[in-house]
Design a protein around this ligand. Structure first.
Ligand code: SF4
Length: 320
């Protein structure tokens, strides 16, 4: 639908950025979103929104926003048409499954599925056609241990526990206790550090660093460290520190704060915009570091199979 470029109108929309589905009242001038606030009459969100929803105009205008499919040609991601993209998938996907088995094809489902009928209806058909169980979502990263323990305690939505009781100490968890005790007993070094993540209020750690309004302020990629640890390691506030773990190392500026306890350092996830091929011109000015570089993928929670992303052992030293 075309709009008079000089006209200003108000549109009520559902924020498409996450599952919370908050109501937005948008001011639209021509085709530009020039204002966004919470819709007070939305029965669900009642006028409340987060900074991401309020910045939806900036996101819509992002010059680097993906507008066409990209297909890797000669190692370089290249803009192409939807027909070409589907042709590339039709050529390459069966060969991958044939050579490496159906489980070698992974499916990642994300927030957009909450906002489209197709996204809600087609994943099960797609998974059945691919015959893969390699399904990944945000939940497989951050919720599976809770799902597994709740299932063991209470049963699952389809099957109440056979005992009809709440199992306060399910056998699989009881069998894992020696490993837990052993891991705690092995932590005898008072100077050992573990790395945890953190969320930023302004971006919620979504990849929104290409929207100027969602960058800066407290939204910075620093290595938070307790004053006692910083003194022991002779690191000043703002100094560059090298963090090393199983998978590799990275360098980040230190932020000394008592918001973390001794023995704990913190880096936010969702950064590292300087890697080759990253098309984020605003974010590239403050690229930060990609915390995933520290992981080698071998640390798994044995009961749920979930990748361990928090509390990983690291060493920290002044960067040279
Ligand atoms: S991104 Fe923010 S405003 Fe949008 S739906 Fe989620 S919580 Fe609501």
């Amino acid at each position: 639908m075309s709009h008079d470029p000089s006209s200003t109108r108000t549109a009520l929309r559902i924020c498409p950025l996450c599952e919370a589905t908050c109501g937005l009242t948008l001011t639209i001038e021509g085709t530009r979103v020039t204002g966004a606030r919470g819709d007070r009459d939305d029965v669900f969100s009642q006028g409340f929104i987060c900074p991401k929803g309020a910045s939806i105009g900036g996101l819509d205008e992002d010059p680097d926003r993906l507008r066409t499919p990209l297909v890797r040609k000669g190692g370089v991601l290249t803009e192409t048409s939807w027909n070409d993209a589907f042709d590339a998938i039709a050529r390459a996907l069966p060969a991958v499954a044939e050579e490496h088995g159906a489980q070698a094809v992974g499916v990642v489902l994300g927030n957009p599925n909450v906002h489209t009928m197709a996204g809600a209806l087609y994943p099960s058909a797609l998974l059945a056609a691919l015959r893969t169980r390699s399904l990944f979502t945000a939940s497989t990263l951050d919720q599976m241990p809770k799902h597994v323990s709740s299932g063991l305690l209470f049963g699952d939505p389809n099957a109440i526990r056979r005992s009809g009781r709440i199992e306060l100490l399910p056998a699989p968890i009881a069998a894992d206790l020696p490993r837990l005790r052993g891991a705690l007993a092995a932590r005898t070094d008072p100077e050992a550090l573990v790395l945890i993540g953190r969320r930023h209020l302004r971006s919620n750690n979504s990849w929104m660093h290409n929207v100027a309004a969602l960058t800066g302020g407290s939204n910075v990629c620093t290595l938070q460290m307790h004053p006692q640890d910083a003194a022991r390691l002779q690191l000043a506030d703002g100094a560059a520190a090298t963090v090393t773990a199983d998978g590799g190392e990275l360098t980040a500026p230190v932020e000394i704060t008592d918001c973390v306890r001794t023995g704990v350092v913190s880096l936010p996830h969702g950064w590292g915009h300087s890697r080759p091929g990253t098309r984020m011109s605003v974010a590239a000015a403050q690229p930060g570091v990609n915390v995933n570089q520290l992981l080698d993928g071998t640390r798994l929670d044995p009961l749920s199979g979930t990748a361990v992303l928090n509390g990983i052992p690291v060493t920290v030293a002044p960067a040279h």
